[in-house]
Structures are given as structure tokens and as C-alpha cells.
Design a protein around this ligand. Sequence first.
Ligand SMILES: Nc1nc2c(c(=O)[nH]1)N[C@@H](CN(C=O)c1ccc(C(=O)N[C@@H](CCC(=O)O)C(=O)O)cc1)CN2
Length: 292
Amino acid sequence: MIRQSSSLTTYIVTFSCPNRPGIVAAVSQRLFELGANITEAQQFDDMASTQFFMRIVFELPKDGLSEDALKTEFAGLANTFSMNWSISDRSKRLKVLLFVSRFDHCLVDLLYRWRIGELQIDPVGIVSNHPRETYADLDFHGIPFHHLPITKETKADQEERIWTVFQESGAELAVLARYMQILSNEMATRLSGRCINIHHSFLPGFKGARPYHQAFSRGVKLIGATAHYVTSDLDEGPIIEQDVERISHADDPDDLIRKGRDIERRVLARAVRYHVERRAILNGNKTIVFTP
Ligand SMILES: Nc1nc2c(c(=O)[nH]1)N[C@@H](CN(C=O)c1ccc(C(=O)N[C@@H](CCC(=O)O)C(=O)O)cc1)CN2
């Protein structure tokens, strides 16, 4: 459970940099000098890429250093180690633009987790290529709904409308909650590192459309779901979270779809949580995930 203190501000700093001795000592010493109390620290030394990754949670007195001053002070240290870094106030919820097509089970699950306070996000909009009536029985709790229909002929215009909504809503993350449209290379590039998709297979198996039917034809004994960052290479983006369930010869495609819904829901929710809690850090075509 996240502790909140009235006199303290909790920050999360994440960074990656070329590995060398002394990084942890230098960072912890600098934070100490700035008046910080470290409450969590996780690190990973990737021998393959020789990159070092760290996630630190720390508290600062509210009447002490401002967030801007903190970032200015940290920037000096970051330059020394050639860090790619970010610092965020843990109490500030990330603005999330949710995307959905015909199947809304992942959207409903994310909204439920948000509504009960489990998922600390600020949903700023729901975008669908289907009309609002598709979800007539759903309460979107006042979250603006944007019906952006798409055809092959209108794809470019539709994506410009998406981009306008993303910018005007102040969104910081796009979540494709079974949004069944392939984003153009331009849109995928615009959203690089801040667009998560749930693919309904255990990637790299069964990329593309109708993965459950592909799995049924292959006679698999496990089905799965994969949450990944979206790139221009379909279903090839850095994987954030995956899970699987056993199935049997007696299961037909509808059984796989039914069993798959629960996997998709929990995998996407975990991935969104990892992202908004700054636990997922890009590492080339992979991710480092500092799980709770
Ligand atoms: N640029 C990217 N866009 C998307 C990605 C991605 O990795 N990169 N992931 C997909 C995910 N996806 C399933 O998880 C998926 C969605 C849609 C299709 C597809 O063939 N769509 C057709 C239209 C289908 C329809 O209208 O019902 C299309 O876009 O022409 C394949 C895979 C989401 N986007």
C-alpha cells in the first residue's frame, strides 16, 4: 500500500547509464546531501548491453527542495554518468488515453481498478473506432468518449484526430485495450515508449490478427497474453508483461477466447501499473521491470 505523508513528497527516479563502479554510491550520496531519505532501491547491471539500470524511491520534506530544483541538482550528477533519467512526483497520476474496439473486457477491467483506487491513473479519454452505443450499458464515469471511425481511406485523417485528442487531453500514455487497428509508422513513432498494447497471444507466437484461432489450429497446450510497447513492427515491441493458462484438446476457439480474456485483463493491468509506477525501463528491444 502506498504511504502518503503530509510533510513529505515522495519521488521516483529511474535512470540507465553505461555501467561503471561508484554509480550507486554517488547517487545515494547526492540524494542524501539534497536531504532525501531513500525508501526503495532496485538496480540491474545488464552485462549484455553493459548498461546499468536503477529505480529509487525517496522522500523529501515538502518545505525543502522544489521539484524543479531537485531536477536541476540531479541533472549535474546525471551528466557525470551520461544517464538517461527521469524524476517524478509519485503523487501525480499519469494521464492515460484509453483505446478500445469491439471487445471491452480490458477497458472495463482498467476502469474498475482505477475506480477502486488500485490503479493510480488519470484517465483523460476513451477513444474507439466504434460508436458509444457499442458500450451502451457501460458507465465511463464522465471520462470523455471519442468515436473516431476508421476506414482504409480515412486512416490518415483518423490518426490526426487521435493525435489531436492525445495532445489536447495532455495524455502521457496511450493504452490499446484491445484496440484492433494497426498504428501507422508515424503514429507509432510519435507514441514511442508511451503506448502499451495487449496482444492476445504469448508473443512471439501468433502475431497479428486472430491469434486464438492460430493457436487452436496449432494445437497448443498453453495460451497467453502479452503487454508490450507499440512500435512500427507489429507485435514486436519491447515486452512488459506476459502470462499463460493451460488449455486442452477439448477446448475450441471460443473456449480459448473465453479463457484468454482473464489473462489479457491481468497482464494489461500489471503492465499499465508497472509503467505508471516507473517500474518499466526500456532496454533496447527489451525492458527492465522492477516488480513490486
Ligand atoms: N504499429 C502498431 N500498431 C499496433 C500494434 C503494434 O505492435 N504496432 N499492435 C496491435 C495489436 N494487434 C493485436 O494485438 C493487432 C490489431 C489489429 C490487427 C489488424 O490486422 N488490424 C486490421 C483491421 C482489423 C479490423 O478492422 O477489425 C488493420 O489495422 O488493417 C493486427 C494486430 C495494435 N496496433
